[in-house]
Write a protein that binds this ligand. Structure first.
Ligand code: PGA
Length: 243
């Protein structure tokens, strides 16, 4: 499985910064797939700047309906039209700050797939849930309730306590959780569950990328802070195992 290295810009970046970033990221290594998910207004400029480069563009959210009276929201087919190929859904920052439930996430997944986007569905436990020994149970429950039974797309395991903190789980913990996610995907989706890429996210940077990306069942990374510098995202992609 080719590794996918996805940059999540969150609420960062400017129109003025797109050209230089795109020019730098075009030097992507050819043994891994790369993706940039900027704020909505930068999707179209990025898609134009990266056309033909092999680096894909994605969004950070979409609505669960095809269109309608939803002030401030964006529908998935408009994102596709703007040049997005992927959409991050159910990120913990949206689950927490926007009250997104698993049911909301599942509706968004269906809307995204119907529009031709590949969803990247985020799951992950809080520090308190991990301390209570509930991490695997929480993640499994998020998966079962966020993914429709005919799900196609990508899953990202992002422990909330590792996001933006500089903390990461041990390689053994990542291996155990990714193994549990794989088993849950196969139980929920059947054979198709074996094909879903499972990314790791949370404080991935050039210095820890090689060890995290070498863990069994880790098929890439969802990178926040370090994705803002193209040289760091490229270094993370270069650290992805080949083949
Ligand atoms: P981080 O964010 O790399 O800054 O920890 C990851 C994410 O939230 O996707």
């Amino acid at each position: 499985m080719r590794h996918l290295i996805a940059g999540n810009w969150k609420m960062h970046g400017t129109l003025a910064g797109v050209a230089a970033y795109a020019a730098a990221i075009k030097a992507a290594p050819d043994h891994a797939d790369m993706l940039i998910c900027p704020p909505f207004p930068l999707i179209e400029p990025f898609a134009r700047a990266l056309a033909g480069s092999g680096v894909a563009v994605g969004a950070q959210d979409c609505h669960g309906a095809a269109q309608g009276a939803h002030t401030g929201d964006v529908h998935a087919s408009l994102l596709r039209e703007a040049g997005a190929a992927y959409v991050i859904l159910g990120h913990s920052e949206r689950r927490e700050a926007h009250g997104e439930t698993n049911a909301h996430v599942q509706a968004k997944v269906q809307a995204a797939v119907a529009a031709g986007l590949t969803p990247i569905v985020c799951v992950g436990e809080s520090q308190a849930q991990r301390d209570a020994g509930e991490a695997a149970h929480v993640v499994k429950s998020q998966l079962i309730h966020s993914l429709p039974a005919d799900f196609t797309g990508v899953v990202a395991y992002e422990p909330i306590w590792a996001i933006g903190t500089g903390l990461t789980p041990t390689e053994d913990d990542v291996a155990a959780m990714h193994g549990a996610i794989r088993a849950a995907l196969i139980a929920h989706l059947g054979e198709a569950g074996a094909m879903v890429k499972i990314l790791y996210g949370g404080s991935v940077k050039p210095s820890n990328a090689a060890s995290l990306l070498a863990v069994p069942e880790v098929a890439g990374a969802l990178v926040g802070g370090a994705s803002l510098k193209p040289e760091d995202l490229l270094a993370i992609a270069a650290a992805a195992p080949r083949g």
